[in-house]
Design a protein. Structure first.
Length: 240
């Protein structure tokens, strides 16, 4: 069996795919939000003033506030998911303890419904139950792996770190260049960063690099253009 799996290395047969995709989701979303939200903030402020102080203050506030917000949102989301998964696992464990024969029949029925003959389905159910009854039922009934329940703290930490790392780029891009090229340099740096992020996420997740990159680049460019326009409008009308 292991030799057969080695023949298809690009398919997700390996253990831990759910955990890897969870980390990917948290990391990519965090980095993308850090890049886009901070870039939009500093570009909006820079469109009104060339003074470094308000740009720095606004950028720093966006980094801190965004990182905390991302971590909190990820923690709440993953906690709810994990609680639901654990509740289902405990429910299945209790059902196996209360009625093992009934659960065996249920497992056989599941495989029979998938197309196996009654005899084959019963054989499969018995062998899987003998190996690990709980794992067999979780996979067949709920598509859950007991060892892959997501960690809320890990997801929150990954999201906050990724957001901060992503946010540093637009902050440096707007602060380091001369005033007359700050905004163009930030646009270029952000577009390149989003293209890299999209390519990496697509590579790890096995999806289309072109689609992932275009989604991020177009979304980020729109966000910066919009906040730049709002800043110019406020500046020219005298509101800011």
């Amino acid at each position: 069996m292991s030799e057969l799996l080695k023949q298809h290395p690009n398919e997700p047969h390996n253990d831990g795919i759910a955990a890897r995709l969870n980390w990917l989701r948290a990391g990519v979303l965090g980095a993308n939000d850090g890049i886009v939200s901070v870039a939009a903030t500093v570009v909006g402020v820079a469109s009104v003033t060339n003074d470094v102080t308000p740009i720095l203050v606004a950028g720093a506030a966006a980094v801190v506030g965004g990182a905390v917000s991302m971590a909190l949102g990820e923690y709440v989301s993953v906690s709810s998911q994990s609680d639901s998964q654990r509740a289902l696992i405990e429910k299945e464990r209790q059902e196996l303890a209360d009625d093992p024969e009934g659960e065996l029949e249920e497992l056989a029925a599941i495989y029979q419904a998938k197309g196996l003959s009654e005899a084959t389905a019963r054989t499969v159910a018995r062998e899987l139950t003998a190996r690990d009854a709980l794992a067999a039922h979780l996979e067949a009934e709920l598509r859950i792996d007991e060892t892959e329940v997501a960690s809320a703290w890990q997801a929150a930490g990954a999201s906050a770190v990724a957001f901060t790392v992503g946010a540093v780029l637009p902050l440096l891009a707007i602060l380091l260049p001369p005033a007359d090229i700050r905004i163009p340099m930030t646009f270029v740096a952000v577009v390149i960063a989003l293209a890299v992020t999209g390519t990496i996420s697509a590579r790890i997740g096995g999806s289309s690099k072109r689609k992932a990159t275009l989604r991020l680049v177009i979304g980020g460019a729109f966000a910066m253009a919009f906040t730049y326009g709002v800043g110019l409008l406020l500046g020219t009308t005298g509101i800011a």
